[in-house]
Design a protein around this ligand. Structure first.
Ligand SMILES: CC(C)(COP(=O)(O)OP(=O)(O)OC[C@H]1O[C@@H](n2cnc3c(N)ncnc32)[C@H](O)[C@@H]1OP(=O)(O)O)[C@@H](O)C(=O)NCCC(=O)NCCS
Length: 144
């Protein structure tokens, strides 16, 4: 398994988007609006690969000079709970640190809060609804 950064509009991007649709949108009966995808052009896109397959992905979006937002964390159903999400998060944290960011923020589905807590993230606010599901804002300081 390899974690790498991919280019938007690459064949890997197309595969990663298909994974996001399958894991993050189709189970909710939703899809992505092209306007949302257009906003991702400046995000940094990480993928986890196994042979030629994309088995996980994660995006980060700079919000300011010090804060970066982690988004769209998804691992293919048959590869979940095998440490792939953890490796994707670690790669994005290394990227954030090496580019001078001090804090990572994210919006966690309620079911995935324990996953992020295991990786050092803490809940910062009340539960709210996003894409039909309860979510919580979480964050992690990178200087701790
Ligand atoms: C949430 C998700 C990204 C985690 O990725 P993963 O590859 O399955 O997680 P890992 O195997 O790296 O797990 C790391 C640790 O977190 C734990 N963990 C993972 N998902 C968990 C969950 N939902 N609840 C509790 N613990 C969880 C693992 O058991 C592991 O613990 P350990 O180190 O003690 O063994 C993945 O399950 C997924 O894509 N879920 C569906 C989409 C989703 O909810 N994405 C998050 C949107 S905010």
């Amino acid at each position: 398994m390899l974690v790498k950064i991919i280019e938007k509009d690459s064949s890997d991007y197309v595969k990663a988007l298909a994974l996001r649709v399958a894991v993050l949108r189709k189970p909710l009966g939703l899809s992505y609006a092209q306007t949302d995808l257009d906003l991702e052009k400046d995000d940094i896109h990480f993928v986890a690969t196994h042979d030629q397959d994309i088995i996980g992905c994660l995006l980060v979006r700079p919000m300011s000079k010090t804060i970066i937002k982690m988004r769209q964390v998804a691992v293919s159903f048959s590869y979940q709970k095998k440490g792939i999400g953890q490796k994707l998060v670690a790669a994005s944290e290394a990227y954030a640190l090496s580019h001078g960011f001090q804090k990572i923020e994210l919006s966690a589905r309620i079911d995935s809060v324990p996953f992020y807590e295991r990786l050092g993230y803490r809940v910062t606010g009340l539960t709210y609804i996003e894409v039909t599901l309860p979510h919580q804002k979480m964050e992690k300081s990178l200087d701790q």
